[in-house]
Design a protein around this ligand. Structure first.
Ligand code: ADP
Length: 150
């Protein structure tokens, strides 16, 4: 079974994330959306809501699972028998950041990181911009899946 972990905060899940997930489903038998719990980080949405946005979105897709984790992503992958990490790349800044993490993860384990280049239609979307639009009462409906509600 080719199982991948797609780690992130998903605060909230956006159309950028779902684009990567939907395309990743052609490559993997199962994708675990792994929501990292970082006690020092302030989130807009409670963990339960972030999980439920995703569960509702993929309720008819048994190949997508949602889990939460603390600690190193590679340890979580090993505990769940996942040999791949899935990540999306939007721009050179993402590449530089992801490159360092992927190299480190390879040093710590034999887990391969698979990068998918963002689709042109969703390349500019980030959770932080979505949160900004939400905070300022803008129309966020074109940026997130229908299951995400303020
Ligand atoms: P983090 O908390 O690690 O910043 P995010 O939830 O923002 O996590 O993102 C998780 C992953 O989703 C990262 O690999 C990021 O590059 C990818 N991603 C986020 N937005 C997009 C997008 N619009 N297109 C493609 N990939 C994206």
């Amino acid at each position: 079974m080719r199982r991948a972990v797609f780690p992130g905060s998903f605060d909230p899940i956006t159309l950028g994330h779902s684009d990567i997930i939907n395309r990743g489903l052609h490559l993997f038998d199962e994708i675990i959306l792994a929501i990292g719990i970082n006690a020092d980080k302030k989130y807009m949405f409670e963990l339960e809501r972030r999980v439920s946005f995703i569960e509702e979105l993929y309720k008819d897709e048994p190949k997508v699972k949602v889990m939460t984790y603390k600690g190193l992503t590679v340890n979580f992958c090993q505990q769940n028998d996942a040999h791949f990490i899935l990540r999306g790349l939007r721009n050179p800044a993402d590449f530089e950041f992801e490159k360092a993490i992927a190299h480190t993860n390879r040093l710590l384990s034999d887990i391969e990181t698979v990068f998918l280049l963002t689709s042109t239609k969703t390349s500019y979307i980030s959770s932080s911009i979505v949160r900004d639009v939400m905070r300022n009462d803008g129309d966020y409906s074109l940026l997130v899946p229908k299951t995400v509600q303020k």
